[in-house]
Design a protein. Structure first.
Length: 263
């Protein structure tokens, strides 16, 4: 059965799409200059950049199957398409900006993600994302999880780490991206809530959705045994790993409420 676009969803996504288009029109290239990254912190920032580059690329890729899924369930409207197009354009721009920073400061254009990352995203989440052509929540919920935990909370902590340091290029870059991510969280979150309100997932599907979100949260555990050296890297630039994992737990609780239709 087709799902009617809720007026409040339509209006909000239209407003967010306009904001995104306006921001994109004003977007600039990577700020000039070279940051003075302390030698002890260079491995950490390189790892952060490589993770960000691959994360932004995956988010952009996932939007295609998810849009097909929204059409399948009847949530097909100009405001929906415009919003997610601006989000996809943002993700590509973010990836290119992080890549430019990596090249300027490390003379590299890319790097291979860790094996565990490839197994989770390429081996598990990408195949699941393809089923988003019929079950869009399987893409929307992990997308929201990542945007909320990495795009806003983690980004805030990275900005704090660069404030007052000799890293003005990174600080400006992160601040500009954070504005986009906040817009993504608002739009993706509202779309998730609208879908669940109109078509509450059955118990089996709900369990699968919770499992997918758990996988994404687990991948962002900075103390996980399959991420050797990550905690040391994070702490070398002044990040509190325990606090970040608490952020992830907060996001998981938020997503559970959304999945159960309680938010």
């Amino acid at each position: 059965m087709a799902v009617a676009v809720l007026p409040r969803l339509n209006g909000t996504l239209s407003k967010l799409a306009k904001q995104g288009e306006s921001a994109a029109a004003k977007a600039v290239d990577l700020p000039p200059g070279v940051d003075e990254i302390p030698e002890s912190q260079r491995p950490a920032w390189r790892r952060i950049l490589i993770g960000a580059i691959h994360g932004e690329g995956l988010e952009q890729w996932a939007i295609g199957p998810m849009l097909d899924g929204l059409v399948h369930v009847g949530l097909d409207d100009e405001s929906v398409r415009r919003f997610f197009k601006t989000q996809g354009d943002d993700e590509l721009r973010h990836r290119d900006l992080f890549t430019a920073y990596l090249h300027r400061h490390y003379k590299a254009t890319d790097g291979a993600p860790k094996l565990a990352h490839r197994i989770l995203y390429d081996g598990i989440l990408k195949p699941l994302a393809r089923t988003g052509a019929r079950k869009p929540l399987r893409v929307l919920l992990p997308l929201l999880t990542f945007e909320r935990a990495a795009g806003t909370l983690y980004m805030n902590r990275l900005i704090q780490c660069t404030a007052g340091k000799r890293m003005p290029v990174m600080n400006k870059l992160l601040r500009s991206i954070r504005q986009d991510e906040a817009r993504h969280v608002a739009g993706v979150g509202m779309t998730c809530r609208a879908l669940i309100e109109r078509q509450p997932p059955k118990p089996g599907e709900r369990a699968l959705l919770i499992g997918i979100v758990k996988l994404v949260i687990a991948d962002m555990d900075r103390k996980a045994w399959w991420k050797p050296g990550l905690q040391r890297h994070m702490e070398s630039i002044g990040l509190d790993v325990n606090a970040m994992n608490k952020d992830n737990a907060t996001v998981f609780a938020e997503l559970l409420r959304i999945i159960h239709g309680q938010d």
